[in-house]
Design a protein around this ligand. Structure first.
Ligand code: TYD
Length: 231
């Protein structure tokens, strides 16, 4: 389902891959290269109502009814069931945030002819919740992708920032306020999901070596965008 005349470029990668740091540099370089195009910067989770709930859950200061509250059940089977339900709750929050983002920002900006640079998008849902739901669903990545298919607007291009999860963890050690997904084994599994997804869609994904020096990473990203999208 493609709409509008704009372009949607998403940035993906594990926590600590440096995509959020690169984004303003990419935007300013693209602005110089394409002075006549309108640039829109966005991100998921969004700053909207659902995005705010998600962020407060991720930062470990759960709001009431948060999926990250430990399930109250004591019996093992009940605990597992409650935990599975909590993880589905989290997935649906990400879906709701994405749906709202599409309706209120992405589709209108595309119709307007803008180039959108989006820091995380639906691929993050497949890669991250594809890990949290491993014990709940037989093939969570494929299931999540199948739910998105009828209503999602796929990106024209996805820059996947690749970094060894150990190096990403090291980068994050200096940050304050660690979030719940920032654990090595978890990020290794997310990294595997992202790499598999990129291999399945080589036309959409561009791999960016995120271990390079900051300015080089942004430069590589801009060159890839200009080369691939014929803007
Ligand atoms: P973000 O603020 O982009 O983290 P960072 O700046 O470290 O990249 O995203 C917050 C966290 O939410 C991040 O760990 C990835 C996770 N996430 C999901 O689990 N599913 C999703 O659908 C999205 C968009 C993000």
């Amino acid at each position: 389902m493609k709409s509008g005349i704009g372009r949607l470029i998403t940035l993906e990668g594990i926590d600590g891959s440096g995509k959020s740091t690169a984004l303003p540099h990419i935007a300013s370089r693209l602005g110089e290269e394409l002075p006549d195009r309108r640039l829109v910067l966005s991100a998921e989770p969004t700053k909207g109502p659902v995005g705010r709930i998600i962020r407060s859950n991720l930062s470990g200061t759960p709001t009431s009814g948060s999926p990250h509250e430990q399930p109250a059940c004591i019996q093992k089977a009940c605990y597992r069931q409650a935990q599975a339900a909590a993880r589905m709750n989290e997935l649906f929050l990400f879906f709701a945030d994405h749906a709202q983002h599409l309706a209120s920002t992405i589709i209108p900006a595309l119709e307007d002819g803008s180039i959108i640079l989006c820091d995380r998008y639906a691929d993050s849902t497949a890669a991250y919740q594809g890990v949290t739901l491993r014990e709940v669903l037989p093939d969570p990545v494929a299931w999540i992708q199948s739910i998105l298919l009828p209503w999602n607007r796929p990106p024209d291009m996805t820059l996947l920032f690749l970094i060894d999860p150990r190096a990403a963890m090291q980068r994050m050690q200096s940050r304050s306020g660690r979030e719940k997904f920032e654990r090595l084994e978890f990020l290794q599994s997310v990294d595997e999901n992202f790499r598999r997804m990129a291999a399945a869609e080589p036309k959409r994904f561009v791999l960016i070596d995120a271990e390079k020096e900051e300015r080089r990473v942004a430069q590589d990203a801009v060159e890839a965008i200009l080369r691939r999208l014929s803007l």
